[in-house]
Design a protein around this ligand. Structure first.
Ligand SMILES: [Zn+2]
Ligand SMILES: [Zn+2]
Length: 414
């Protein structure tokens, strides 16, 4: 096998400086075949000749010069040339060997596939994380919304646009406009909201607070903050962080998590958050009556639609909330390495879960799309902070907030 040594050194064989030319006919070579650099044609010719044990005779002088174009003319000299450049029949596999080689390749492929699937199996630790998060969510999210009765009641001012027929999203055509292109929001919907904005500038009924929905929604947000804190405390690893880091993470992520979890009540049928009875059915209009404008509400509704369309499993939903909370780039975080390691564990669990449990086609790029949602939340958070600062700067409004809201989102007055 001494003649074979060059194969073990692929760098020299496939060196770009070595011309890859067939040693038999001068055609472009495809590599080493039966111990010599040849083209596919001469490789096949040699194999067939050896298998047939063919004996050729040269019709000419026995010294034909073989070229790419004439290589078919004299089999005898072509075969002689094959042997001269070192092609050896010992390198030709017998049918049995070919079969065995094929079997080995198949077997290796199967083993690789098995290894892959084992690698993608949800580990016990990951399953434990998912179970804990599901339980944490169930303990902190009441899908009956019965506690909402304890909030200061919602007061909906009759605005001009409330009387105007809001475009119905139950009709198929307008829903299609929304669902086919989430980036292009149906124009009627938001222009009707713009009317609401205009009407707010109109004279308000004396004795009625300017932001009639603020007390109710402040209570709702305050309640949600408590629930998100409860959820965060149950995230595996969260309690390993210092109290300062826990607070830093919660303060900056809580509004994002509230937006995330509210997706559970969001309905694409009428673009509202439906939390039980009609009293607790929130439309964009209601939130604008609590001091937020369309700079926040338009991207927020788009976000809710986009998230709804991902049709996340509950496992993915709770993992996304946990990943959102445990982000090392939040302001004020000290032990970023620990935060990162906790988040990595959650991200791994999410990716593995999607691979193993989320069927096609819904799983296509799902992880990337979910991470994009986290980026969207950052800008929603920024816009919310801006509007909150403006709101809380007015004492007549900040006095309607709760101590917890003031503590978490900041108190511009004090
Ligand atoms: Zn050739
Ligand atoms: Zn010849």
């Amino acid at each position: 096998m001494a003649t074979n040594t060059s194969i073990t050194d692929p760098d020299s064989v496939f060196d770009k400086n070595v011309p890859r030319v067939c040693g038999v006919c001068g055609d472009r070579a495809t590599g080493f075949h039966f111990n010599a650099m040849t083209c596919e044609g001469c490789k096949g010719f040699f194999r067939r000749s050896m298998k047939r044990k063919a004996i050729f005779t040269c019709p000419f002088n026995g010294d034909c010069r073989i070229t790419k174009d004439n290589r078919r003319h004299c089999q005898s000299c072509r075969l002689k040339r094959c042997i001269d450049i070192g092609m050896m029949k010992e390198f030709i596999l017998t049918d049995e060997e070919v079969l065995r080689k094929r079997e080995m390749i198949t077997k290796r492929k199967e083993e690789e596939a098995l290894k892959q699937s084992q690698r993608r199996k949800i580990s016990e630790d990951q399953q434990r994380i998912i179970d804990i998060l599901l339980e944490a969510h169930h303990k902190t999210y009441d899908p009956t919304y019965s506690d909402f009765n304890q909030f200061r009641p919602p007061v909906r001012r009759i605005t001009r646009s409330s009387c105007i027929q809001t475009p119905s999203f139950s009709s198929d055509s307008s829903l299609d406009a929304f669902s086919s292109s989430p980036d292009c929001v149906a124009p009627n919907f938001f222009s009707s909201l713009m009317l609401t904005e205009e009407s707010r500038d109109g004279p308000s009924t004396p004795g009625e607070p300017q932001l009639s929905m603020l007390p109710h929604l402040a209570d709702l947000v305050s309640y949600s903050i408590q629930k998100v804190i409860g959820f965060a405390k149950m995230i595996p690893g969260f309690r390993d962080l210092t109290a300062e880091d826990q607070i830093a993470l919660l303060k900056s992520s809580v509004i994002e998590v509230i937006m995330l979890r509210s997706n559970q009540s969001f309905s694409m049928e009428d673009m509202s958050w439906t939390c039980g009875s009609n009293d607790f059915k929130y439309k964009v209009n209601d939130v604008t009556q609590a001091g937020h404008n369309l700079e926040l509400m338009e991207p927020l509704v788009k976000f809710q639609i986009g998230l709804k369309k991902l049709a996340l499993h509950e496992e993915e939903h709770v993992l996304l909330m946990a990943i959102c909370i445990v982000s090392s780039d939040r302001p004020g975080v000290q032990d970023t390495a620990l935060v990162e390691s906790i988040q990595d564990r959650l991200s791994d669990a999410l990716q593995t879960y999607i691979m193993c449990k989320h069927p096609a086609p819904g799983n296509h790029l799902l992880y990337a799309k979910m991470i994009q949602k986290l980026a969207d939340l950052r800008s929603l958070n920024e816009e919310h902070s801006k509007q909150y600062r403006f709101l809380s700067f007015q004492p007549e409004h900040s006095m309607l907030l709760t101590p917890l809201v003031l503590e978490v989102f900041g108190n511009e007055i004090s």
